[in-house]
Ligand binder design. Structure first.
Ligand SMILES: [Zn+2]
Ligand SMILES: [Zn+2]
Ligand SMILES: [Zn+2]
Length: 275
């Protein structure tokens, strides 16, 4: 399984779209290499996870052919993950000669209304499945299981996702606070072994409670320790931290230095991970 991290920032981006704080000023001077766009990933060039407004730019920058994407998974409806109107550019005069006609969509319950509001021609070529936590959905070779995210900020149905293909399993853990007990229980009871995972680290060194909707280094460390105790991950599991806020000065080298004790790979825009 090949995971590419297309965007690795929190909602505002880094630099923030309207921000002039010292960190954002600094990163503007450092230049494009250090920029972080809104959170999005793609698996094997076929499964797109979330669609922020930056999706079109990501397709151009990383040479992604939208017409080859078979499945789009939405974690939740915050704008930095959910700009479904881009899907209206498929079919009927907008998207021609597409390799994949029927697109699978896995959406949280709150997304239903916005998806129903898309053009009819868009919906006609989509297979929409509403995600039920802990109920596995099969799309081709991939088994995808929504797990409940502890997120909030006005969103009721937010999911993180367990994605399996053959003997490989990957956990996509954005946006969430410290995992619910039922998530740990699910992973343990189903004997899940993760070859890789990516965890929310929006707050990095800033304090954030378990209910805060995101995580920082201490929360991430506790999630990793508990998963290790349960045998869900081990020394061979590739661990990534991602989804950084401008408030933490997420310059790559800064986060790498601060998070050394976690033994995690610090995601950056365009990074690929093979598991
Ligand atoms: Zn987010
Ligand atoms: Zn800023
Ligand atoms: Zn969010």
């Amino acid at each position: 399984m090949k995971i590419q991290f297309l965007g690795t920032a929190a909602a505002e981006g880094f630099p923030g779209s309207f921000c002039n704080c010292e960190y954002c000023q600094n990163v503007r001077n450092l230049g494009e290499k250090y920029y972080r766009t809104r959170c999005q990933s793609i698996i094997d060039g076929k499964i797109l996870i979330d669609m922020p407004a930056d999706t079109y730019f990501h397709f151009l920058k990383y040479g992604i052919r939208g017409d080859q994407i078979k499945t789009v998974i939405f974690t939740h409806t915050h704008a930095d993950h959910f700009y479904p109107n881009e899907l209206d550019m498929r079919g009927a005069g907008y998207g021609k000669n597409m390799e994949v006609q029927k697109l699978n969509l896995l959406i949280p319950k709150d997304a239903t209304e916005r998806i129903n509001g898309l053009y009819k021609h868009t919906k006609d070529i989509m297979n929409v499945v509403v995600a039920e936590p802990y109920k596995t959905v099969k799309f081709g070779d991939y088994e995808i299981t929504p797990l409940k995210a502890r997120h909030g900020y006005g969103v009721i149905h937010a999911n993180i996702y367990l994605i399996k293909k053959g003997d490989k399993a990957f956990l996509y853990g954005h946006d969430t606070g410290y995992f619910y007990d039922e998530v740990f229980d699910y992973l343990k009871d189903n004997n899940v072994y993760l070859s890789g995972l990516t965890l929310d680290c929006c707050y990095a060194s800033l304090p954030i409670s378990d209910e805060g909707g995101h995580m920082g280094y201490p929360n991430v460390e506790r999630v990793l320790n508990r998963l290790e105790e349960l045998g869900v991950i081990d020394g061979n599991t590739k661990r990534v931290i991602n989804h950084f806020s401008h408030n933490v000065n997420p310059v790559q080298e800064v986060i790498e230095k601060e998070s050394k004790h976690l033994n995690c790979i610090v995601a950056y825009d365009g990074m690929t991970l093979e598991i």
